[in-house]
Design a protein around this ligand. Structure first.
Ligand SMILES: Cc1cc2nc3c(=O)[nH]c(=O)nc-3n(C[C@H](O)[C@H](O)[C@H](O)COP(=O)(O)O)c2cc1C
Length: 304
């Protein structure tokens, strides 16, 4: 019998769609696999490129998992899949709103119930906190995460603080002023077909709880971001709670506080983040073994 694999994903610029097309192309041609692809459609049109205020005004609801609803996915026999692949991107260190809307839906509870799940993430470089939330959402659907693949942008951590917002707010992705282009390198997208090739092999047998994508460089966690993400997520939650008291997303009453938060975030990035990164470098050198163990845990289930 053919293995039924469902891929559910959302992509605003089409980047993650390209990643999934490449990664899953071997599954499409395999005789022993039926691949069903479902693209999430939000009831809200998340316009790209983003308007600056709308972009930042989206963080409170993203972090508090309070997204607009999605259109139901049109899938036949939705409870009969052998494997579910979820393609998502972090927004503000949380799963993007269209993906969290799916995960919170009754339909997701039905589709994912008791199923093995693989997550495929395409993002700037900060995915650790989002994946923590995603694991909880997967658990809430009574499903189990067996693999995780992460593809990150080609610009470094500092460069991408400029190149990613420029891409999101203007739509311009190209290299400029000596900085790399925004987004995931074509080379890395193309190389992701290795995941599909491995899955084709593994899906000839039984699917267990063991990871199928080990030793393929699926996930490399960067120690520099662990504490930074934690601090930033906490700040999103504190400011997000305050902004949500002022009104619904899009309401004028929120705008002044959103602007103050953007200024605060900018100051945080140019002051606290470098200091924190320097402290983290010292800690990493002092506690090499502990940090290595922590990264191994974060990289589970698939690992490097
Ligand atoms: C509102 C918003 C917030 C984002 N926040 C993060 C983030 O916290 N971490 C990260 O690595 N990338 C972040 N990104 C970048 C996305 O994860 C992703 O790389 C980009 O949106 C392109 O994905 P897509 O076109 O496939 O949807 C954010 C993008 C948007 C639009």
């Amino acid at each position: 019998m053919k293995k039924r694999v469902l891929v559910v994903h959302f992509s605003q610029t089409g980047q993650l769609t390209r990643v999934l097309n490449k990664a899953l192309s071997p599954l499409r041609d395999a005789r022993h696999i039926e691949l069903v692809e479902a693209r999430i459609q939000s009831s809200e049109n998340f316009k790209f490129p983003w308007d600056t205020i709308k972009f930042f005004d989206a963080f409170p609801e993203t972090v508090y998992l309070d997204p607009p609803q999605n259109m139901p996915l049109k899938i036949e026999d939705e409870e009969s899949f052998d494997l579910i692949i979820l393609g998502y991107q972090p927004w503000f260190l949380s799963p993007s709103m269209p993906m969290s809307a799916f995960m919170l839906s009754y339909q997701a509870k039905k589709i994912l119930n008791a199923k093995p799940v693989i997550t495929i993430i395409g993002c700037r470089n900060m995915w650790i906190e989002a994946q923590k939330t995603m694991k909880e959402l997967i658990g809430d659907c009574n499903a189990r995460l067996i693999d995780n693949v992460v593809l990150i942008d080609q610009s470094g951590p500092i460069e991408s603080l400029i190149t990613t917002p420029r891409w999101m707010l203007t739509g311009k992705k190209d290299a400029f002023w000596g900085l790399s282009a925004a987004g995931i390198k074509d080379e890395n997208i193309n190389a992701s077909s290795r995941f599909g090739e491995r899955l084709c092999e593994k899906l000839k047998g039984e699917i267990t709880d063991e990871p199928m994508l080990s030793n393929l460089g699926a996930v490399v966690a960067d120690a520099r971001f662990v504490a930074t993400e934690k601090i930033a997520k906490r700040s999103f939650r504190i400011w997000g709670a305050l902004i949500r008291l002022l009104g619904k997303r899009g309401s004028k009453a929120r705008v002044p506080v959103v602007i103050i938060y953007v200024i605060f975030l900018f100051l945080l990035i140019i002051t606290v983040v470098p200091i924190n990164m320097a402290i983290q470098t010292i800690i990493r050198r002092l506690f090499k073994a502990k940090v290595a163990k922590m990264l191994l845990n974060i990289e589970k289930p698939s690992g490097r």
